[in-house]
Design a protein around this ligand. Sequence first.
Ligand code: PLP
Length: 409
Amino acid sequence: MADTGINTRTVHADRAFGVEHGGVRKPIHTSVQYGFDTVEELVGVFQGTVKGYNYARQGTPTTAALEARINALEDGQGTIAFATGMAAISAVFFTLLRAGDHLVVSQYVFGNTNSVLGTLRGLGVEVTLVDATRADAVAAAIQPHTRMVFVETVANPGTQVADLQGIGQLCQQRGLVYVVDNTVTSPALFRPKAVGASLVINSLTKTIGGHGTALGGSVTDTGLFDWAGYPHIFQAYRQGNPRTWGLTQIRKKGLRDLGGSLSSEHAHAIGTGAETLALRQRQCSDTALALAQFLAQHPAVARVHYPLLPSHPQHDRAQGLFKAGSWLLSFELADASDCLAFINRLQIPVKGTGLADTRTLVIPVAHTIFWEAGPEVRAQMGIADGLIRLSVGLEDVADLQADLAQALG
Ligand SMILES: *Cc1c(COP(=O)(O)O)cnc(C)c1O
């Protein structure tokens, strides 16, 4: 079903992986252990000559079905599911980088990703933060020992859009691993493979699961990077097609050794949510754009950050790359000191952290998720003290707009 539309492909993806007892949905495989009729089969699974499962930390039929689904969505060569988005990101960093390597990262990354960079520095990896909205800033940061460039499609909470295409060309010319975190856009709006990404990250907790009931993450290898020239692939994984070596190492070292494995129960919940991914992303994006336009013309609002507003600094880029603008929207009130009182006046959005739930979520950014980062990091990331983030859900747009209107007074 490679050339079918996104909805057709998504809802049928796990059947392509094998139907059990005619069951239309993939069952939840709860077994940790896997037994075999003969010891030769057991040995074969360990040695990789027989396809099968041996211990659930390295995956189950249920997580494998989810991996097949994400892989179809991202048009990948292979995908690995993890317990969280952070487990996926950490697995990429810790299995592919060594002391003495240099890593270039967008200065506008997710707060916890930024936190991992501190851990990497402690282990001897040099990290340079750059303004990834400009490919020339990334180019200027590259050194002879640079191995990898890491960016997000749309940054949270400021909605900066990386120069995804320009950085892709740069990474290809320099032979660098290009990692793109596609969490905010999701494969429903954008496929990083189209701009040359080597590895694609998704926090399945967000858009793909979509219902706020399960944590998960994934790494997809697009098949574009030639791992034959990458120095840190262990000898045991240098077998067969070199394009598969990187993912083999991430699976073996990342899942088996680091152990951030997704449970079958959560894989099932995420897979069910994923079936409506494109429908939800379209609805949330339409609503978010309407709310962004409403806020932008309101006298009590000083600034609105949304990629598809003409006032957004990367508007043309977002328009050219993404099918829609996503659920992520942030704004500043003209009177920043009214930020907390304003949020208390809202009736519909849930006051809470998190992203891409069916329900709209609202949070004051500087007071919460970027509190620990401190004023310096906030200034560098362009996060104003009164910045308010909305993760737009599936409520009716008229109700959300009326609620914002009454709270703005
Ligand atoms: C939430 C998020 C993550 C981490 O995902 P978890 O599933 O919460 O661990 C990584 N990147 C981005 C852009 C995110 O929004």
